[in-house]
Design a protein around this ligand. Structure first.
Ligand SMILES: [Zn+2]
Length: 303
């Protein structure tokens, strides 16, 4: 009897120890907390970081990073981050103040480091175009910078990060080939992107498109009536076949321009933000594929 009780006690102790111990393997593998300023950078960080990172984005799907207003939750996430990923090139004007307010001490990866910035003239003033991710060659530089940041923040997982970055780089290379093949199907005189704000300059330079937008590099500015009239005249003069909507911008401006110029609406392009997970541009690669398919459909004859 006494032995039975002892056995029962030992058994319940074993069950207790098992239950107490069981969650530990999961806890032992804590993920590196990473904060990225917007959805495209967050996707890059997830592609390289895989299971070893927990990536939070400040500006989510379909959000506008130019005019973002940070929340108290953002400051909290930044404070807990071990790595912060930003675009740079003056894209996130609100970020320096947010980092200071959050007391964040994590290293900051500037993902565009090493990219040759594109200059543009907007209303007579020269500015730097921040939309460097719209060229796949630049995206590969982003990945290199994010990889270096992740390795510095979590050296124990360096090999894992390197392997994932390599696989992703191969996928980016394939995407670039796909974009170039689609562009080749569009006659050169029809390679024009007309959309709301000036987000496709790097894309245009990389793949041979002329790019025209009534709004500048930032969505903050509003086009004047004269700017719009000039754009409509240009569309008519150059026989531009289509204008495009943007996922982050109010469609009404481009709808009006389409109506008054006679150009058709060529679909919606993803410029500064991914779609939600169930949308057509949930990752960077899906975004580039979606955009080039929309461009080809609107601009290439017989497609
Ligand atoms: Zn933009």
């Amino acid at each position: 009897m006494r032995l039975q009780r002892l056995l029962a006690l030992a058994l319940s102790l074993a069950v207790f120890l098992f239950l107490a111990w069981a969650p530990f393997p999961a806890l032992a593998e804590t993920k590196l907390p990473v904060v990225a300023t917007f959805s495209i950078l967050a996707d890059f960080a997830r592609q390289v970081g895989g299971d070893k990172v927990e990536v939070k984005e400040l500006v989510g799907p379909n959000g506008d990073v130019h005019v973002y207003e940070p929340t108290p939750a953002d400051a909290k996430n930044l404070g807990a981050a071990k790595l912060i990923v930003v675009n740079g090139l003056h894209l996130e004007g609100w970020m320096a103040r947010l980092i200071a307010a959050s007391g964040a001490k994590a290293p900051v990866v500037v993902a565009t480091e090493g990219i040759i910035p594109r200059q543009g003239v907007i209303e007579g003033a020269t500015g730097i175009d921040p939309h460097a991710w719209q060229s796949v060659a630049n995206a590969r530089i982003y990945i290199g910078n994010i990889l270096a940041g992740l390795i510095a923040a979590d050296p124990a997982d360096a090999d894992y990060f390197r392997a994932r970055a390599k696989t992703y780089d191969t996928a980016l290379d394939a995407t670039e080939q796909e974009v170039r093949a689609a562009v080749a199907a569009i006659p050169p005189q029809r390679r024009k992107i007309i959309t709301t704000h000036d987000a496709f300059g790097y894309f245009g330079a990389a793949y041979g498109f002329e790019f025209i937008a009534p709004v500048g590099f930032s969505t903050e500015s509003e086009p004047s009536a004269r700017d719009i009239a000039r754009l409509i005249a240009q569309i008519r003069r150059e026989h531009a076949p289509a204008v495009f909507l943007e996922n982050i911008s109010d469609p009404r401006l481009m709808q009006r321009i389409a109506k008054e110029s006679g150009a058709k609406i060529g679909g919606e392009l993803y410029s500064d933000s991914l779609s939600p997970p169930n949308g057509p541009a949930a990752t960077y690669i899906d975004m580039m594929k979606h955009n080039i398919i929309a461009l080809k459909k609107a601009l290439a004859p017989n497609s």
